[in-house]
Each structure stands twice: as structure tokens, then as C-alpha cells.
Design a protein around this ligand. Structure first.
Ligand SMILES: [Zn+2]
Length: 125
């Protein structure tokens, strides 16, 4: 996709904290930020407007998401620790990037993927 991805440090911290809190259930969060010609900056976490607790990502109800141009992607946790999107994840891709936080939820367990499921390099700011 070619855009450089930057994620605010407190967003990464929030993602790992949320994932740890919900473990062993899977958590889902929306990512809000700014999109420009050559970069995506993730600035904020938004808790989705539905109870995501314990839901599998495959049952993610996309129709309940706000039509909000500032949502640049979705983050969810993988309690299995598997740091790759599943086919269901890719079928439910929303926004520009997908962030997966794998067990045991350290900063290095955070990965970013594009719509094709390919890993995207990112920088924590
Ligand atoms: Zn997943």
C-alpha cells in the first residue's frame, strides 16, 4: 500500500493493556488517526460501539461501525499468540490497516497488516 505507518506510543500501550485485560478472550478496538498522501498516523483508540468482549473476530459486526473517516483501521488481540491475520480477519478488514496484538502482549507482539494480509512496517512515535 506504500504508506508509512506511525502509531503513537500511548496507543500501543493502550492496545497491549486492553489485550492483557481481556485475555484469554479476544478484544477489538478501532484505531483513529490521520491519513495523508504518504502516511498513516494512528493517534487514538476507540472502543467499538458494541460489546466486543469474548467475540471472535469472525463475528465482528461491521455494520455497527460508525461511518467515520477518521477510523484508519481495527486492532484485535490474538490470545493464541499467532501473529498473522486469519482468513476471517481479512474478510472483515476495515479501514487501511489491521493491527494484531499477540499473546503475551508486549510491544514486540504488535504487528500491522495491509488488506492483503501482508505485514507492514511501522514506527512507534
Ligand atoms: Zn484475528
Amino acid at each position: 500500500m506504500g504508506k508509512a505507518v506511525f502509531i503513537a506510543r500511548d496507543v500501543v500501550q493502550g492496545l497491549v493493556d486492553y489485550a492483557r485485560h481481556l485475555h484469554p478472550e479476544e478484544g477489538i478496538l478501532l484505531l483513529r488517526g490521520k491519513l495523508s498522501k504518504d502516511r498513516i498516523m494512528v493517534e487514538e483508540i476507540v472502543i467499538p460501539p458494541f460489546a466486543s468482549r469474548g467475540r471472535a473476530f469472525s463475528s465482528f459486526p461491521l455494520f455497527t461501525l460508525p461511518m467515520d473517516a477518521s477510523i484508519v483501521g481495527v486492532a484485535h488481540s490474538h490470545p493464541s499468540g499467532h501473529l498473522k491475520p486469519s482468513p476471517e480477519d481479512l474478510n472483515n478488514f476495515y479501514g487501511r490497516i489491521m493491527v494484531i496484538v499477540g499473546y503475551p502482549y508486549r510491544f514486540e507482539d504488535v504487528a500491522v497488516f495491509n488488506r492483503d494480509g501482508e505485514p507492514v512496517k511501522f514506527e512507534i512515535l
